[in-house]
Ligand binder design. Sequence first.
Ligand code: PLP
Length: 389
Amino acid sequence: MIPSILPTYNRAPLNFVKGEGSWLIEEKGDRYLDLAAGIAVNSLGHAHPKLVDALTQQAQALWHTSNLYGIPKQQELADRLVAHTFADTVFFTNSGTESCELAVKMARKYFFEKGAPDKVDIIAFEGSFHGRSSAGIAAAGSEKMTKGFGPLLPGFHHVPFGDHDALHAAITDQTAAVIIEPVQGEGGIRPVPDHCLKGLRDLCDAHGILLIFDEVQCGVGRTGKLFAHEWAGIAPDIMMVAKGIGGGFPIGCVLATEDAASGMTAGSHGSTYGGNPLGCAVGCAVMDEIANDAFLQQVNDRANQLRQGLEGLVASHPDVFEGVQGRGLMLGLKCKAANTDVVAAGYANHVLTVPAGDNVVRLLPALTLTPEDASEALKRLDAAASQIS
Ligand SMILES: *Cc1c(COP(=O)(O)O)cnc(C)c1O
């Protein structure tokens, strides 16, 4: 008999009922150190007092009106995002995959309005993840994501990750955009080197192609900059954001330059809940905390501590791990043992991690991880590794 919840997930037998900072408390009262953070969502940990305040205050004032009317908190969050990024304008969604939908629509509409309606193709990378909507799975292109769901949204072309020649060869007169995660998340915490992001920017400029960054996982302070592409000193034309910007409240957005957004006019796109007062109140509180040098310095400090510890962990368990990769607090342990066994051993030692592609275990802790919790995490990961070897 089919379960009352559609069985699309492989769930661990853990039922969390409460959270405090980087800790989750299970039904029976057991405490787990959370290095998953809802898959890079709980950017400020669980039950952060400023986020709880922002949400409860807004909940007492007004939950929902509609984009039929002005939404002051949405305006505030948009202004803040524009002030802190390359972008001139923002559209609010409820999730990463909805941001992908708009990014693709925006790129196609751009060229349509410029009198180049044949420019519809999007180049994407193997191993990428852009969500589960029709545009999202077409963009990722992997059989795992698309099998059985055809016919797929046409116009997507895939090149191997890091294959510059294949990328050049894929560009045609019909290419509208390139979509890429500056750090691949689901694909196995694979950063795109800074010089490659720069090269990609140059390539797009040379061919008049829009560059879309998917920073749904790597954005909002995760890598130690507000957005990951800032490390490379370049900017996209369009950027997808979600996960960390809501700190656990479902909100996402698409950021764009004025030019890239020029095709989007009244009536061309919309969302019932996108930019609702609750989500935007929380988003403003997240930005207040994260978008400053002192906070980002802490992220980098914690990242250095964790990374150094992980290098030691890899050295002492060469039979379990191969190496550490990633950037900031978006870290991957490349495994020799099965990554799912490492995650399971973590559960047994009350530390939560996430498997990713390429046999990697992801560590995506709250950006507010304390030095003490980072040390404790390393101890528990060491115990988990010892259990496997
Ligand atoms: C999670 C993720 C998405 C999809 O976000 P949802 O909110 O699950 O729709 C898209 N792109 C990247 C890089 C992601 O990590």
